[in-house]
Design a protein around this ligand. Structure first.
Ligand code: NDP
Length: 330
């Protein structure tokens, strides 16, 4: 660990966040208790905002970007981790206030680390990444609420061809639900059908303001779009159904009424991945280990070198990325 390595660092230039590659040494990293040799990271929407500078994700600078990482513990001052342990980290402020995964090495707090399930390789763990683990948090939330039961009901997934959407479709289909995919890209229908979607909705039809109560269509939904789309999805949810809301790809507002909630008992379940308690994380990763089809995961994933991060970041923010992108940091 005496050598140097390349990392994607966010700095403040003229008061604005600016990402660039920098050569670092292990001694440059924060003084946390566990040193991890990272095998893979990944690209999520939030990473796109951070690296492109289109969103103010890094709240202190400089820091290494990348909200996810998977790798092997090489040094530990914590009794909970030892060299050789395979670990995954999702969120916990990485790339926001803490140094993240676009690096060959990172020092981390022991409580941020989760044992990587044996079921997954490092590459598969990052093919899942925060987007996939959030999709699993959403599916678990809907089932825990009791809105949907495996094998029954029609479930809508918005932002379908994106990362959260792709994994959500795959998981829901494996759990026996009929899955309708809402996408703005008709050219992805074949891809989405391959993941398990059986019907499609044009996302434009959900983007226009609709009535407070619309025809009931969905027993549950996973929404990564927000705004008018989420308002319409709530208005189309069946009596007693629920919507797991995790994203804002279409906007952070919510121009909705209380009508679906007070007349149909529809529940809006908020889903956060960043500070989710360890028990929810482990349950989500268990759902993925038990139900995510590995061939479908491979079909939704591309692996790219860290050097391509700047262009990949622009693409995901522009809504052009299909499925999941793994970042090879080696
Ligand atoms: P992606 O960019 O991979 O997917 C987002 C998808 O949303 C796009 O592929 C597109 O799907 C759709 N979309 C994009 N722009 C618009 C628009 N203007 N209007 C309607 N639909 C749009 O991102 P991720 O899957 O990584 O993340 C999705 C969202 O979830 C983001 O907002 C992200 O910040 C959020 N998120 C939240 C987490 C949490 O902890 N709550 C964790 C992870 C993600 P299509 O082309 O099929 O229409």
């Amino acid at each position: 660990m005496s050598g140097t390595f390349n990392a994607m660092v966010i700095d403040a230039v003229d008061g604005k966040p600016k990402a660039g590659f920098r050569t670092l040494k292990v001694t440059d990293l924060p003084d946390h208790d566990v040193l991890v040799e990272i095998q893979f990271s990944t690209l999520n929407y939030k990473d796109g905002l951070a690296v492109s500078g289109k969103g103010r994700i890094a709240r202190r600078t400089p820091l290494i970007a990348g909200i996810d990482l998977a790798g092997v513990v090489v040094e530990s001052r914590s009794p909970h981790w030892k060299p050789g342990d395979r670990v995954v980290v999702n969120g916990f402020g990485l790339s926001e206030t803490e140094w993240g995964g676009y690096s060959r090495y990172q020092r981390l707090k022991p409580e941020w680390l989760m044992k990587l399930p044996e079921a997954f390789s490092f590459e598969q763990a990052m093919a899942i990444g925060t987007a996939g683990y959030t999709a699993a948090l959403c599916v678990n939330a809907l089932e825990r609420w009791g809105a949907i039961k495996p094998g029954e009901g029609e479930v809508l997934v918005t932002g379908a061809a994106g990362g959260v959407g792709s994994v959500a479709i795959s998981l829901l289909s494996a759990r026996g639900y009929n899955v309708t995919a809402s996408t703005g890209r008709p050219e992805t229908h074949e891809y989405l059908a391959g993941l398990g979607a059986t019907a499609f909705v044009d996302r434009a039809s959900l983007a226009e303001k609709g009535g407070a109560l619309q025809k009931e269509r969905w027993s549950g939904a996973v929404d990564s779009v927000g705004s008018t789309t989420l308002a319409n999805v709530l208005a189309q949810t069946n009596y007693g159904g629920a919507v797991a809301a995790c994203g804002l790809a279409g906007g952070a507002d919510l121009p909705a009424t209380v009508m679906p909630h007070i007349l149909r008992g529809v529940a809006l379940l908020g889903v956060d991945s960043v500070m989710a308690p360890m028990a929810l994380r482990q349950a989500a990763w268990q759902t993925l280990a038990d139900h995510l089809d590995r061939d479908r995961l491979a079909a939704m994933t591309t692996v790219e070198p860290m050097s391509k991060l700047p262009e990949l970041a622009e693409a995901i923010v522009a809504g052009q990325t299909r499925g999941r992108v793994v970042i090879d940091v080696t």
